[in-house]
Design a protein around this ligand. Structure first.
Ligand code: GNR
Ligand code: NI
Length: 162
């Protein structure tokens, strides 16, 4: 259990292509657990390893309301996409900003789990958006370069719910 430092826009690590994972060892399991802790602590719905400075193709996602449905994806690959959605997107590496991005409305992704067992996940709406956003991180891409209208400030006046 550890919270890792989230790298922010301008940090060189965010623009590099991450390396494929060959095997899941203890260090990688620690990384995955730390990524989950870091994502939940930051109230994010996803986190990619390069955001914590590690150039490995590992992503965690949880788009559930309760924050109790963690999804871990190793070496994720988009197999299919369908449709379009245009909506606001944010990134933990770009604090205080949002921008509007067009993404597929459906994606089918192949990945490996912690046991390096292959699985397929399909998502629509926010999950589809998040899968695309996180896989972009693994390829050194930030949503800020894909907005239709640039970035806007968010005024963070939402108090944490008790
Ligand atoms: O927390 C996040 N919210 C979000 C909202 C819309 C589209 C994508 C995201 S991902 C983001 C967390 C993050 O930066 N992941 O890389
Ligand atoms: Ni992000």
């Amino acid at each position: 259990m550890a919270i890792r430092n989230i790298r922010e826009i301008g940090d060189k690590v965010l623009y590099k292509v991450s390396k494929e994972v060959k095997e899941v060892d203890k260090r990688l399991l620690v990384l995955i657990n730390d990524m989950l802790d870091t994502m939940y602590e930051a109230n994010g719905v996803g986190l990619a390893a390069p955001q914590v400075g590690i150039l490995k193709r590992v992503v965690v996602i949880d788009v559930s309301e309760e924050g109790n449905n963690p999804l871990v994806l190793i070496n994720p690959v988009i197999l299919e996409t369908e449709g379009e959605q245009t909506g606001d997107e944010g990134c933990l590496s770009v604090p205080g900003k949002v921008g509007t991005v067009t993404r597929p409305n459906y994606v089918k992704v192949k990945a490996y789990d912690k046991d390096m067992k292959e699985f397929v996940v399909e998502g629509t709406g926010l999950l589809a958006r998040c899968l695309c956003h996180e896989i972009d991180h693994l390829d050194g891409k930030l949503y800020v370069d894909q907005t239709i209208d640039g970035l806007r400030n968010v005024t963070e006046d939402v108090e944490e719910e008790i």
